[in-house]
Design a protein around this ligand. Sequence first.
Ligand code: HEM
Length: 417
Amino acid sequence: MMIPPFISIDPATRRVSLDASNPAFYGNPNAAYAALHAHCPTFYWEEQKQWFFTGYDHVNALLRDRRFGRQILHIASREELGLPEPDQHVANFDLAERFSLLELEPPEHTRLRTLVNRAFVSRHVEKMKPELAELADTLIDTFEKSGEVELLSAFADIIPVTMIARMIGIPEEMGPQLLKWSHAYIRMYLFGRTRADEDGADKAAKEFSDYVKTVIAERRANPQDDLLTHMIHTEHKGQYLTEDELVSTTIVLLNAGHEATVHQIGNSVRMILDSGLDPAALFKDEATTERTVEETLRICAPVHIFQRWALEPVEIDGISFRRGDKVSLILAAANLDPAKFTDPLTFTPGRNEAPNLSFGAGIHFCIGAPLARLELNVVLPILFERLPGLKIAKTPKVKDVYHFHGLDRLDLSWATK
Ligand code: HEM
């Protein structure tokens, strides 16, 4: 296995040096992941100063391992862990995250997830199918005759935010503003974020939270048949969601609810067109469509890395972790493990191998997976059916936002009648 020139791997010490901001890497991370699988699937990433796992079995097991958590401050103080005090300039961001499902561990996580799940039931998701198809059709109507489109701005950006806003009960005209807040907010999760990113994220968190509070007050006064009203009234064993929990949950649903799905619409279309496979066969019926969508989720996932804290001393793959150490799991690399997938870098819908790990596993498994899957399964076949002969007009560039994986733009063209 060739090691790409931009990555240096020392299998003896399991040390890897790799600049995540190098376009040669983030433009095609799968090549680096293949080299890591071949030479050093568990490695210490010098630049990130942390251990990373790429093996499918390790990532899958670690996601479910209760000796690891997404949070550690529920069992240890900052002082004990040698962590700095929280930065005041991101206080609004921290407050918005305080009750994010992604930042909690049991028992708080269990309580909140049960309550949110009760409101976020599949009937809310399934019933969106017709309006999702209608939205895709309406958007395609606007560019079908022109024979060309930049797909992300005209299609991919709009669908997930519109659907999640409708589902939560946020007025649709807020879509562009939600996108702005969300783009600023998620810059906090980037490798190598700057002070400007932090200030921008904090400002967005404040404005976003203030806005969500006004909608909550409005729904308390005027209940509707939407997720926010359900979350306000949902009850389990005499418990309700508090105001802060409602704000955090709404924000995490709105953010997580579209960023990854936007990227994935673009990644999938590109992958399908690059593969040279016949879209008519890939989207022949619901079963083939589902296999196509799952294979795109495996081979070009939109979010590559999630982290865990070691909650107690633990040894994994010969590496000893102390309580308070952080580890990183490269989900997108686990999906390419040659021990699980034959010819892993090849797009082969219908492979009957391991499930992809793109939505995680265990207690934090993506609560929005049914919605994201529905969106992909509904809009992709419509797009390919309505625009026969679709092709890539300009080689797309991958966004410089590792560890997210999405395109800057996707210029497409097709023959018009
Ligand atoms: C293709 C699109 C998506 C991908 C690849 C994705 C991926 C993930 C992953 C990997 C996790 C687990 C993180 C961890 O274990 O640390 C997660 C959690 C989560 N996702 Fe998604 N997601 C997507 C779409 C969505 C949508 C549409 C929503 C909301 C409607 C959503 C809401 C959430 C929430 C709230 C969590 C936290 C769950 C918990 O901690 O209990 N995601 N997502």
